[in-house]
Design a binder for this molecule. Structure first.
Ligand SMILES: [Zn+2]
Length: 90
């Protein structure tokens, strides 16, 4: 499930990964010591929304629709994530 794609209106690529987390792909905040850019993972809707707000504060472009759709899907996504991790750690 994609929430934002890199294009003229978005500087982030964000999706819900079927492995059980949100991904902010090639995230500017996950830069590692040697200058590699990696992915940021978030375990809940609140966490990815907070992360995307940090992108906006840093001057990044995040489409308003991404926030709206994340909130629309929040209940379903967070229940799915919680159930998935509960099963994995059981
Ligand atoms: Zn990011």
């Amino acid at each position: 499930m994609s929430y934002a794609r890199l294009d003229f209106s978005s500087s982030v690529n964000v999706f819900l990964d079927c492995n059980g987390y949100f991904v902010c792909e090639l995230c500017q905040f996950s830069r590692q010591a040697i200058g590699e850019v990696g992915d940021f993972h978030a375990a809940s809707t609140d966490e990815i929304v907070e992360h995307l707000e940090a992108h906006v504060e840093a001057g990044g472009l995040v489409p308003r629709g991404a926030f709206e759709r994340l909130r629309e899907d929040q209940e379903e996504n967070d229940v799915w994530l919680r159930d998935l991790w509960r099963k994995r750690t059981a």
